[in-house]
Design a protein around this ligand. Structure first.
Ligand code: V0V
Length: 143
């Protein structure tokens, strides 16, 4: 039920500075920004090329006790998560639980742009924090 790569998340200490770096040096385009209080992040979505493929999500801490702040304290900036698009986040989470993986939340939380999200614990996914994203807009399975 993983349909495609939705985004790759990168932890950064300063969101505005990171957006500038990606725009000016790598030519990516910032297409969305928001603060997610529940997750304790300020985030930006960047489009690559024609914008039809996966996005880069820059994640900066909004609070010192947040997941991103802990990640930065532990190892500094870098790749923090790999997110897959799913059509139904509850069904996808149930399927992974049935295969013995720990999901971080019992029920989905709110993600970027009104999406619904959950995560597989990195210790159950080969050291990668895997995110499941059900977009606000219904997912087209083909194309
Ligand atoms: C921790 N570990 C990781 C990791 N974070 N490994 C790979 N990737 C990561 N991002 C390792 C860590 O090095 C430890 O390994 C082990 O997991 C357990 O460490 P811990 O101290 O228990 O971990 P914590 O307290 O840092 O928590 C890690 C988790 C936390 C994954 C549970 O970050 C979390 O709840 N993440 C989900 C929420 C999140 O990431 N929100 C920010 C993005 P050793 O040392 O034991 O070997 S919000 C977002 O993506 C949005 C809004 C969106 O996409 O729409």
């Amino acid at each position: 039920e993983l349909l495609r790569i939705d985004h790759v998340g990168i932890a950064v200490p300063d969101l505005d500075e990171a957006i500038r770096f990606y725009q000016e040096n790598l030519g990516l385009r910032c297409v969305h920004q928001e603060t997610n209080d529940e997750q304790g992040v300020r985030e930006a979505m960047l489009a690559v090329g024609d914008g039809s493929g996966p996005r880069i999500q820059l994640l900066a801490p909004a609070r010192p006790d947040s997941a991103i702040a802990k990640f930065l304290d532990r190892g500094g900036p870098g790749l923090q998560q790999l997110a897959y698009t799913v059509a139904d986040v509850e069904a996808a989470a149930d399927a992974l639980r049935a295969r013995g993986m720990r999901l971080l939340y019992d029920s989905p939380k709110r993600g970027t742009a009104g999406s619904r999200i959950n995560f597989v614990h990195p210790k159950d996914a080969g050291g990668v924090l895997v995110e499941l994203v059900e977009p606000a807009e219904p997912v087209h399975r083909s194309g």
